[in-house]
Design a protein around this ligand. Structure first.
Ligand code: ADQ
Length: 461
């Protein structure tokens, strides 16, 4: 059997429950079942090191070998902060207004991808399956091929792929998509992403569509398909029974007895629609005053990418929105918003989800959104909470029984939240059962097997 080699920007010990970050959680699940090699950046930034060079570290974590590489400050700032998170992240989330097209970033992005390729090649075995993840590493497959790497290579994009005219705003768009054609399989989160890929390569690269999943362009053939990522449903459901989760659940249910609890959980990121959500919650209190004194929104937004100005600005905006709602509507014995700028431990999170009557998962754009799936898995089937989900999350393609909303429409979304708060038990149960079936049939194991089977079955050119 071929060995699995996973390459991603960050590497985590799969044996330890991960902190925030859907990718780390999902990859840990995928690798620990058969073991393999996990390769990426160590998270260490060295001051004064030479660009394009970095020390390599190796350690064993159960059946997974973790190999990581340090980055010097200059590489980190251009590859990670600059190009990955200052250009690709905003553009791929349709936020051209937030992109910083500094011409210097792409050189660092390319340099780091070249260095990672150079360090990875000597570790490879001839029949390895290489699985590269996410927007930080789009050119890596092409750099590996340039070093004569013949192994099968798959790439999975965790974030959305925007439509061609938005993608074309990135000055290096052609180079990025051409690099994907160095892979054998390219996976996306949703059918919408595949359609954007198909129209881009059709329009810009005059690609030939060979069959449902095969495209030929730039002199190579690639298999492109949607593989919607999932969670480990049984494991997550079991987590609701840990001591910490039960304590959290019991504590919240006691504190909010007779009241409604709404919940939002995410990294603090402008793609997650947090200001719009708070404005919607204000609208809910205004339009449906029966919620005053009886509905509380717990909003957990863990710190993320704070070195970037757009993220620091978002934090200030949220703090001011929360302060204004609490000031205008709060009372001595009730505060409408409890805002927490921290990570919640993974052992407590399921208890929190289970205690909530309504989850607000309302990103402006999201590749998939695992919080939506975790919320479903954590519910008590006899008395489940209701998922209010943005139609712009990749998860909305699958989770049709959620209440789908347009998060830009604060008025309409407030109406939908009111519906969710008043939904009769039988309807909550029916919707939850269908949603649970959906996340079970496309869980993280399905995701891994579907992607790796497509990769193992492809015939390299
Ligand atoms: P993220 O943007 O990080 O992931 P998401 O899919 O929701 O978004 O995953 C977040 C994960 O981190 C979840 O497992 C959640 O439980 C955890 N988490 C988030 N905030 C937390 C907090 N405050 N405390 C504790 N845990 C927290 C990217 C893409 C998504 C895609 C995933 C996986 O942006 O669209 O679904 O990768 O592919």
């Amino acid at each position: 059997m071929s060995r699995l080699v996973v390459v991603s920007n960050r590497v985590a010990d799969p044996r330890k429950a991960s902190a925030a970050g859907g990718l780390a959680v999902a990859l840990g699940e995928a690798l620990s079942s058969d073991g393999g090699l996990w390769f990426g950046w160590s998270g260490i930034i060295t001051e004064g090191g030479a660009p394009g060079e970095g020390a390599i570290h190796t350690r064993q974590a159960g059946n997974v070998r973790l190999v990581t590489v340090d980055l010097c400050r200059e590489d980190h700032d251009s590859y990670y902060l600059g190009y990955s998170n200052g250009v690709l992240w905003p553009v791929f989330h349709y936020r051209l207004d937030l992109a910083d097209f500094d011409a210097g970033y792409v050189a660092g992005y390319r340099r780091v991808n070249q260095m990672l390729a150079r360090k990875l090649v000597p570790l490879l075995k001839p029949d390895d399956l290489i699985w590269i993840h996410d927007y930080h590493l789009i050119p890596l497959a092409a750099e590996l091929r340039a070093l004569d790497c013949r192994q099968r290579i798959g790439f999975f994009l965790h974030i959305p792929l925007p439509p061609p005219l938005i993608l074309a705003a990135v000055p290096q768009h052609e180079w990025l998509i051409r690099s994907l054609f160095a892979c054998d399989v390219v996976g996306f989160q949703s059918q919408a992403d595949v359609e954007h890929f198909s129209s881009y390569v059709g329009q810009e690269a005059v690609a030939e569509k060979l069959d449902a999943h095969q495209f030929r362009a730039f002199g190579r053939r690639v298999h492109a398909q949607a593989f919607p990522i999932g969670i480990d449903v049984d494991e997550f459901a079991a987590l609701t029974q840990t001591k910490e989760a039960r304590e959290t659940h019991a504590h919240l249910r006691k504190e909010y007895a007779g009241r409604h609890l709404l919940l939002g959980v995410e990294r603090m990121d402008y793609s997650k629609g947090l200001p719009q959500r708070l404005k919607t919650f204000r609208e809910l209190l205004k339009k449906y005053p029966e919620n005053i004194g009886s509905a509380t929104l717990i909003q957990i937004a863990s710190p993320s990418r704070e070195a970037l100005d757009t993220y620091a600005g978002l934090r200030q905006e949220l703090e001011s929105l929360c302060g204004a709602i609490n000031g205008d509507f709060g009372d001595l014995d009730w505060m409408p918003v409890r805002y927490i700028h921290r990570n919640v431990s993974r052992r407590r999170l399921p208890g929190l989800y289970r205690a909530a009557d309504v989850a607000l998962v309302t990103p402006l754009r999201d590749g998939m959104n695992l919080v939506a799936k975790e919320f479903i898995a954590a519910q008590d089937p006899d008395d489940p909470g209701v998922l209010v989900l943005s139609r712009f999350a990749g998860a909305a393609e699958e989770l049709r029984e959620a209440i789908l909303v347009n998060p830009y429409d604060t008025f309409g979304t407030a109406e939908s939240i009111q519906l969710a708060l008043q939904m009769p038990l039988a309807e909550r149960q029916r919707r939850h059962q269908q949603l649970l079936e959906r996340i079970r049939s496309h869980d993280v194991h399905w995701w891994r097997e579907a992607f790796l089977s497509a990769l193992a079955e492809c015939v390299p050119e």
